[in-house]
Unconditional design. Structure first.
Length: 575
């Protein structure tokens, strides 16, 4: 479809500008009276236009606030406590605004004592996760880039980072050079960049003073290698020597790359498609109930409200089933990894044979050689992992798609039957998100899950008492050395297996959280649609409103697919 399209009298060129589609969806939602869906449109509207929004995220005590201040060129946010609400730093007249969950805004003077006490510090039990703040400062750099920086609570603390990222155009993940990549940090990268849900992201590695000077280059290479396994497109900067210029250059590149209308509007378009999908399904339920009469509508409404009440229990059952499948897949991977033990030992013993100084090789070279062998072993697990993930996603697609279907949640076929969750269908937007993780990005996902630990602990060996070659050892020394080597390999493979299990857990948890949120939104919209009174005389029927939603949704998807095809064609033309 090209050019503008007319949708029931409303002129919508949706495939070119999702803001036009958003305005149409707002009208549709307003006419249907589905307030729950209206609430989902507000953040899309807020982020659709205006400054480029860059979220600075990371685990607790990684120096996020300090980095925000250095980028801003001034003390914009406190660094003496823990940030407990998102704080947006934007150019403008000096001031501090605090927005509460009820929509009220309080204006404060940043220089006054105690003004930050409820924004930075320890989260109180009654603190609401919907509070946010905006700090306005004088900054030529921010103003020139039309940029806002968002200082966020630590990953896993306060409001979900996902909620902040929904309205962000890009993010910077702050890592500590002295610490391994954590589970929350890996989950964030895999669920956004690795899954194709957010194209623009950078990583800033700080706290280099905590790493011995002689090890910094080796640590830097290992960090780059691990992050590249998640996504080769990730831009990584080492924040050393107090020079903020390399980080600013990274930010400027993200703004230039992701700040264009194409990148920003594409994300908004998919969010609008998501709402339209929910709207059409809610209207489906209303139409079916109307066709069966008022009595049937009331029965359907009672069922929908019961579904909402028991949703948590239903999802607990699904999570049990997914956990069983995850454990089965983790066991298969662990078994495959264990079979590489002897081969790794033979390779390393062969290299020890040729070492001029076995003690030095054991202490300095063995960690890197062992990690190399684990990487090779991990590649052999790729098919096992991707096949298992695809089977589990297909199981979810089939099992959750049939209302009240009894599904065997045991992959071996011997476990108890458990009812599936009603009204969950992995269609369109969900498939786009999920299969994108296992389609062109499947190898990337597998590599990030199977990646061996960066740091491998190598214990001492009593078999080596001096600077000896292996050929100079006696048979008993060689036997003890091989036993020590096998113990070292066993410890490393166990640690590798634990890391794989943690990453699988994070992947499945993120997947189920997404689906749970989606299922809840669908159930709420369905119940709300069934509660609505019949349309007034002369008003559009539910069927007419549904048709408008479907046509608008089709336009958006058609435009997105065409843009993607044009991008692929341009990429091939550049080769």
């Amino acid at each position: 479809m090209t050019g503008a399209a007319s949708v029931n009298g409303h002129h919508a060129n949706a495939q070119h500008d999702p803001l036009i589609a958003l305005a149409e969806v707002e009208r549709l939602v307003g006419e249907t009276g589905l307030d729950a869906l209206g609430a989902r449109l507000s953040p899309i509207r807020e982020a659709a236009r205006g400054p480029f929004r860059l979220a600075v995220v990371g685990a607790l005590r990684r120096g996020k606030s300090h980095l925000v201040n250095r980028l801003a060129g001034t003390e914009a946010v406190p660094t003496t406590g823990t940030t407990i609400v998102p704080i947006t730093v934007s150019p403008g007249a000096l001031g501090l605004e605090v927005r509460r969950a009820d929509g009220s805004v309080e204006h404060r003077r940043p220089e006054e004592d105690g003004v930050w006490s409820d924004l930075v510090g320890r989260r109180s039990p009654g603190h609401t996760g919907d509070t946010s703040a905006r700090r306005r400062i004088q900054s030529a750099w921010l103003e020139e880039l039309e940029l806002e920086l968002i200082d966020t609570p630590g990953l896993g603390e306060g409001p979900r980072t996902d909620a902040v990222l929904e309205t962000a155009d890009a993010f910077l993940l702050v890592l500590d050079a002295s610490l391994p990549l954590g589970n929350d940090e890996r989950t964030l990268l895999e669920g956004t960049v690795g899954a194709g849900r957010l194209d623009a992201a950078g990583v800033v590695v700080t706290r280099w003073e905590r790493v011995d000077a002689g090890e910094r280059e080796e640590v830097w290479e290992a960090i780059q290698e691990e992050l590249s396994a998640i996504s080769p497109a990730l831009q990584v900067v080492a924040d050393r020597d107090g020079n903020v210029r390399p980080v600013r250059t990274l930010v400027e590149d993200l703004v230039a790359r992701a700040g264009g209308e194409g990148q920003r509007t594409r994300r908004r378009a998919w969010q609008v498609v998501d709402v339209l999908d929910l709207l059409a399904e809610a209207l489906d339920a209303r139409i079916e109930a109307e066709s069966a009469g008022e009595e049937q509508r009331l029965r359907e409404l009672a069922d929908a409200e019961r579904d909402l009440e028991r949703r948590e229990l239903d999802w607990d059952r699904v999570r049990i089933g997914v956990e069983r499948r995850r454990l089965a897949l983790a066991d298969r991977l662990r078994e495959r990894l264990a079979t590489s033990r002897e081969g790794i030992a033979e390779t390393l013993m062969w290299e020890l044979e040729r070492a001029s100084d076995v003690k030095k090789f054991w202490r300095l070279d063995l960690p890197h050689r062992l990690r190399r062998e684990l990487r090779t072993a991990a590649k052999s697990l790729d098919t096992t992992l991707t096949d298992g993930l695809k089977r589990d996603l297909a199981w979810l697609d089939e099992g959750l798609g049939e209302q009240r279907r009894r599904s065997d949640l045991d992959p071996g076929g011997t476990g108890p039957d458990t009812p599936a969750v009603a009204d969950v269908r992995l269609r369109d937007v969900e498939r786009w998100k999920l299969y994108n993780r296992l389609g062109s990005g499947g190898a990337m996902l597998a590599a990030s899950i199977l990646f061996p630990p960066v740091a491998i602990a190598i214990g001492a060996t009593a078999a080596v008492s001096g600077e000896l070659t292996l050929r100079g050892m006696g048979e008993d020394q060689r036997r003890r050395l091989r036993e020590d080597l096998l113990r070292t390999i066993d410890g490393a493979t166990d640690e590798h297996a634990r890391a794989i299990d943690e990453r699988l857990t994070a992947f499945y948890d993120a997947l189920l959280t997404d689906l749970d949120e989606r299922a809840t939104a669908r159930a709420q919209a369905r119940a709300e649609a069934l509660r609505l009174p019949a349309p007034s005389e002369g008003g559009e029927s539910a069927s007419e409103l549904r048709e408008r939603a479907r046509r608008l949704r089709g336009e958006l998807i058609h435009g997105l697919e065409r843009e993607r095809a044009e991008e692929v064609s341009d990429d091939h033309g550049d080769d």
